[in-house]
Design a binder for this molecule. Sequence first.
Ligand code: HEC
Ligand code: HEC
Length: 405
Amino acid sequence: MPTNPTLTATSLRAASMRPLQSCLLALVVAATTGCGATPPAWFRSNMVEATKQKLTPDQERQVATVLLAMFGTPDDPVAPPETGLDVAKLQLAAGPVRSDIVGRKNGLYREHCAHCHGVTGDALGPTAAFLNPYPRDYRPGVFKFKSTERADKPTHADLVRILENGIPGTSMPSFALLSETQVDALVEYVKYLSIRGETEINLMRAFFELDDEAEGKLPETREFLVGEVLEPVAEKWKAAADALIPVPEIPADLDLEASIAKGRELFYGDKANCVKCHGPTGLGDGQANDYDDWNKSIVEWKKELGGADDASWLSRAKQVLTGDALEPRTIPPRNLRMGIYRGGRRPIDIYYRVHAGINGAPMPAAKGTISPEDIWHIVNYVRSLPYTLDGELGADRPALVRDRF
Ligand code: HEC
Ligand code: HEC
């Protein structure tokens, strides 16, 4: 809503002196600035990607036009059938916050998520810059806490769990108080923003591969736009349900003490090498200067810019880095003595984390190096860490709550 700071300030000053007059003035201000009428929301372009790919303004417009035709607007979302998305659910989550004719709440995403994750799902909402870790940018289509193999998308149920539990130890809240239908609609909307965002990135990267004959224009054929750009993204979401991590049962006669001891050995051993990052004490004080993928892409781009000699592009890039990206932050390995697990605290959640690593983060997968039985031993050891303080922490180590991330 456009506001006029001078008028507002004047009316505030008047308010302390002449109540009636100031009231009238406030009404005039409201009438002239159109209080209550919000302009339609719009999706922000992925300016970091556009600038990296050196797109011309005309090429940026081409991408925006294709995206508008495929996905509609934040107030009126549509989805091509290839995405498998349910438009009725999207409409419940999309648009401004309002009640419909039967009193049902609409605009759930903007009510509950957009101030952190942004209207576009680019994690550039007004609250984002103040948070550590930053909210997730859905556009690269990478998710961390899920029951599927590392490179695969999360299942619908994984995202429902995230909304129900929130992400402990971060600012991502739990939405357990929302109804099942509302959570379901929000999950569908996260997928929509993610598919849209990944499609945008694919389109922006496609210019690079055009031959001279194309004259810098993307083909407008269905074969290209749907077959080559959209479908590969949509297919990955559909395949998630078949990519579940297989989990062997824990033997009923498992000796927990022995399992923890074996897990400890593996934790410090060369193969699993958890100690490299989580540190000899498990406080997360090993290698701590790495970034997750979202932050790393900005760090790397900044490095690249150092060698650039095109002054006008460089000044545009600098502008984009200030307006469309947040200052990169490192992702410290977790303090395993805290007993706070972002991806969930059930033994099976920790099994998933160790098996597949954490997608988008430096934590590697143990899959392939460590047998499933041994992964269970490691899980048991990890779960024992918050309770074993007897002399294992060196006297020179800071207190347990060192990790505030
Ligand atoms: C106060 C800020 C905040 C709000 C509000 C918020 N989130 Fe988040 N969200 C976060 C943060 C921070 C993370 C990243 C946590 C991390 O990386 O460990 C996150 C991560 C996520 C993830 C990624 C999970 C994964 O496995 O990678 C999803 C999905 C998500 N949020 C959905 C939502 C939805 C849907 C809503 C609204 C119903 C919402 N969030 C509201 C802060 C927020
Ligand atoms: C290269 C560094 C690295 C190695 C090696 C590593 N981790 Fe991690 N680990 C991390 C980072 C970084 C995080 C935090 C990631 C995040 O929140 O996105 C993490 C997080 C975790 C978590 C917390 C999961 C959650 O839900 O909050 C557990 C548990 C964990 N690691 C266990 C292990 C175990 C066990 C091993 C050895 C098999 C291991 N890690 C090896 C870097 C590493």
